[in-house]
Design a protein around this ligand. Sequence first.
Ligand code: HEM
Length: 120
Amino acid sequence: KSLYERIGGEPAVDAAVDVFYRKVLADDRINQFFETVDMDKQRAKQKAFLTFAFGGPAHYSGKDMRAAHAHLVAKGLDDSHFDAVMENLGATLKELGVPDDLITEAAAIAESTRNDVLGR
Ligand code: HEM
């Protein structure tokens, strides 16, 4: 079973979206990157983010991680921002009662995208 399934599939991701989104927008270390982002599309993006972090279905049709973040790298996106997102991801899953071993797995998947997200 994939981590996505073990974590609870789509309902679990939906539940996590609100919590994660609230945390990210409240975090002054990173919320500037989301300022100009379309609010309606944002939900879908957060969902895509979390599905990705959970190793979810391969039918993700968005941009690859390098392309999706290139314009943010141009605005200064760096490791400190990536670390902040990782922190918010962990805190979100903890708050939702996801077991620590599954949080560790999700963090490893998210971590594996670091160099692509940061364009190097
Ligand atoms: C967009 C995932 C790290 C800020 C996206 C999208 C995904 C995603 C799936 C949607 C792409 C699309 O539009 O097709 C991830 C993953 C990350 C990560 C898995 C690593 C754990 C970050 C970080 C930041 C960030 C560190 C900034 C602090 C954004 C923003 C958008 C976005 C602002 C929307 C861009 C726009 O529409 O202009 N991300 N992301 N992401 N990400 Fe990330």
